[in-house]
Design a protein around this ligand. Structure first.
Ligand SMILES: [Zn+2]
Length: 62
């Protein structure tokens, strides 16, 4: 799987965060860098979001 914007390989967490931030049925996925740019969030903030979703039991981040 690669980022739809910059073409970089993305990990499971990045795909999961794309679903959360954009929509559950997203067919295009973005890397942390591009998500950060789109949502004006730092890499640290994105990782905090993933932690929060995971703590909430979100199945996208198992
Ligand atoms: Zn990217």
């Amino acid at each position: 799987m690669t980022c739809a914007k910059c073409g970089k390989a993305i990990c499971h967490d990045e795909a999961g965060l794309t679903c959360k931030l954009i929509n559950r049925g997203a067919t295009e996925f973005f890397c942390f860098d591009c998500l950060g740019e789109m949502f004006h969030a730092s890499r640290e903030q994105l990782e905090d979001m993933i932690r929060a979703f995971r703590d909430a039991g979100c199945t996208l981040f198992l």
